[in-house]
Design a protein around this ligand. Structure first.
Ligand SMILES: *[C@@H]1O[C@H](CO)[C@@H](O)[C@H](O)[C@H]1NC(C)=O
Ligand SMILES: *[C@@H]1O[C@H](CO)[C@@H](O)[C@H](O)[C@H]1NC(C)=O
Ligand SMILES: *[C@@H]1O[C@H](CO)[C@@H](O)[C@H](O)[C@H]1NC(C)=O
Ligand SMILES: *[C@@H]1O[C@H](CO)[C@@H](O)[C@H](O)[C@H]1NC(C)=O
Ligand SMILES: *[C@@H]1O[C@H](CO)[C@@H](O)[C@H](O)[C@H]1NC(C)=O
Ligand SMILES: *[C@@H]1O[C@H](CO)[C@@H](O)[C@H](O)[C@H]1NC(C)=O
Ligand SMILES: *[C@@H]1O[C@H](CO)[C@@H](O)[C@H](O)[C@H]1NC(C)=O
Length: 575
């Protein structure tokens, strides 16, 4: 692998950059701005202290590896595994405030011209940079104006990617609101080896949220692409990940990873469209999952977050779901998830569950044991008409649509679990994030609360995917209207508002799960990661007239992993 370094890397790690900058921000702004900057800086220090005591900004590998102080720090830092996504209270409010300020404050109006990454050693003689596994390496990205000045406000969207042949992750990133962004890298010693770390400036100055047309503003600029060799010190092993319990679903955002221990280099798609590459009975390796990783048909890939997930067998899933009533309310990705649940996990032939309608209500029985049953309701929320699109949460303004939803909640028996999401269609409909927040999300929450008065279901919010590949008009979905920057902000707003109203809310971060796969077309046809197996060029291209069919067969495993994660949330390990 040969990668070019596109931007100059700082020769010196900028140890204190976040702190200094936080201080300048405090001096520069008054009122709300100051309070915000303050609380953020406190948060950041808190975050740094609690998540990574003895923070070491990535130092040149050969300058400090055996210093005694470093050893102590490393030891402490091992307790910080796994990485957590940096979130903070009232983040949705802060984002809306920043968007408001974006058009009013001078700092916000300065255009981002370029960005640089600090904190990585300079590569020597074309060799990859070397960093230790098992440590959190803190880098920063700094945005500059055309005149070379540092920018003094946030709002740039960087895509970060750290991938090796058996590891895919989105290093967590934190907007410090002052033109700098913190990024963290961490690799487990069991995956020591060669990685590529990539930072792409996708959108600058919040242009991803411009009403129309964000495509015109997409930057797609490579900030850095660099090879990093992660080297494992002897005997180093990160602590295990425990299986997710109920409370693990309370985090607002995840910072997980896909990785694999086993794979098949010569795997080919089968005639029925499936990718059975490794033994379906292949067991998960500690600590990345429980159960059979082979069942994911992922050529070994599995996703884990701050805890690991169980991969359910058919019997285990039926035991958990028997006699329950699951209500899915969300975008068309739910079609895939429900079909994949029925087909891959609950044992129904694909023919019987394919082309599931967007509106569905019914009871299904175990194919071999009719005493087991499960009621599923699925109602699309991209439009008030089953076949409509692109009006998102505003569908709820329609009386007959509300009556349809009400009809499932006003009988003697009501759904016990709801799986919700929204965003892709809202991205088209709402002209400003604040409209989405107030006219969309607030209205939706109060509507649902009015139905949940009797016996409230358990609510799982499944964040909306990171749009990928090509969009319907032939443009790239990454810079289209439901681009990842907008989706991430919409996700945060919805999650935060739901969390404030529903203390027991469970969050499943499908955005983080899909993010590492959103760069290419290999696992998604745009915004769908879970279309059914089919040995055809992108199964639904012919329906929508996609022109860019690039490969045969859809790799459905990203959504199948999501199905298992939802099962973990619906039937969590009781302790
Ligand atoms: C943010 O500010 C920039 C610079 O003034 C402006 O061009 C852009 O349209 C703004 N974006 C949003 C979403 O307000
Ligand atoms: C949006 O902008 C892009 C890039 O400038 C352009 O190709 C596309 O036609 C525009 N779309 C619309 C609907 O204006
Ligand atoms: C790899 O996958 C192919 C099918 O595509 C299969 O024939 C072969 O046996 C697999 N190899 C192993 C080691 O599982
Ligand atoms: C939905 O399906 C369930 C189970 O089949 C049934 O009891 C219920 O009446 C249906 N509800 C509506 C509104 O059709
Ligand atoms: C509400 O939805 C119904 C059914 O799709 C439709 O006939 C009606 O025109 C809609 N009402 C409004 C005000 O859009
Ligand atoms: C439930 O709601 C539907 C739609 O609003 C209505 O037609 C039905 O009569 C209601 N049933 C009860 C028992 O209130
Ligand atoms: C995506 O698929 C193409 C062939 O269809 C392949 O050449 C490429 O290596 C794949 N990329 C990844 C990241 O798997």
């Amino acid at each position: 692998m040969k990668e070019e370094l596109h931007t100059s890397l700082s020769p010196q790690p900028k140890l204190d950059v976040v702190y200094r900058v936080g201080f300048i921000v405090v001096l520069m702004f008054a009122g709300y701005r100051m309070a915000l900057a303050c609380s953020r800086n406190v948060f950041l220090q808190d975050y740094v202290a609690s998540i990574q005591p003895g923070l070491v900004v990535a130092a040149p590998y050969d300058s400090t590896p055996h210093a005694p102080a470093e050893k102590t720090k490393t030891k402490e830092k091992i307790n910080t595994w796994p990485l957590l996504y940096p979130t903070f209270p009232n983040e949705g409010v802060s984002l809306l405030q920043q968007l408001h300020e974006n058009s009013t404050l001078p700092c916000s109006q300065r255009r981002t011209f370029t960005a640089e990454v600090f904190g990585l050693p300079r590569p020597k003689n074309g060799e990859p940079i070397r960093l230790h596994t098992g440590k959190i390496h803190e880098l920063s990205i700094v945005s500059y104006e055309e005149n070379g000045k540092r920018r003094c406000a946030g709002g740039d969207y960087f895509e970060t990617d750290l991938s090796g042949i058996n590891w895919k992750t989105r290093p967590p990133i934190l907007d410090n609101l002052d033109g700098s962004y913190g990024v963290q890298l961490m690799v487990d010693s069991r995956f020591a080896g060669l990685f590529v770390f990539k930072v792409v400036l996708l959108f600058a100055n919040f242009h991803a949220l411009d009403t129309w047309n964000c495509t015109a503003w997409s930057r797609f600029e490579n900030v850095v692409t660099v090879e990093i060799e992660f080297v494992a010190p002897e005997h180093e092993k990160l602590p295990a990940l425990r299986r997710c319990t109920d409370e693990d679903f309370s985090l607002k955002a995840w910072s997980g990873r896909w990785n694999r221990h086993t794979w098949n280099d010569t795997c080919e798609i089968r005639d029925d469209g499936r990718f059975v590459c490794i033994d379906p009975n292949e067991e998960c390796q500690e600590p990345w999952c429980d159960g059979k990783v082979g069942a994911l048909e992922s050529n070994g890939w599995v996703y884990s977050a701050h805890c690991k997930f169980k991969i359910f067998t058919k019997d285990e899933a039926w035991d958990c779901l028997n006699k329950r009533w699951l209500f899915f309310w969300g975008d068309s990705n739910h079609e895939d998830t429900v079909r994949n649940l029925l087909n891959f996990v609950l044992g129904f032939p694909l023919e019987d569950v394919n082309y599931f309608r967007r509106w569905f209500n019914g009871t299904v029985h175990h194919p071999d044991n009719p005493q087991y049953s499960l009621t599923i309701t699925k109602i699309f929320n991209g439009h008030y008409e089953e076949a409509g699109n692109l009006i998102g949460l505003s569908s709820l303004r329609n009386d007959s649509y509300r009556a349809l939803l009400t009809s499932y909640f006003n009988g003697t028996r009501t759904p016990d679990t709801m799986v919700m999401n929204s965003g892709l269609h809202d991205a088209h409909f709402y002209k400003h994030a604040s409209e989405f927040a107030h006219d969309g999300v607030d209205f939706a929450i109060s509507f649902w609360q009015s139905l949940w008065t009797q016996s409230p279901p358990s609510i799982i919010y499944r964040t909306t995917v990171a749009g990928a590949g090509f969009a319907k008009d032939g443009s790239h979905a990454r810079d289209g209207v439901p681009n990842p920057h907008k989706m991430e902000i919409f996700n945060r707003i919805f999650v935060e508002k739901l969390q404030q109203t529903l203390p027991g809310l469970k969050i499943v971060d499908a955005f983080d799960m899909t993010f590492p796969f959103h760069y290419d077309l290999n696992h998604t046809d745009g915004v769908h990661y879970g279309r059914g197996p089919s040995k055809t060029p992108w199964p639904w291209h012919h329906i929508h007239g996609f022109s860019k069919a690039t490969q045969v067969g859809h790799q459905y495993f990203v959504d199948l992993m999501l199905v298992h994660i939802l099962l973990n949330a619906i039937c969590p390990l009781q302790i």
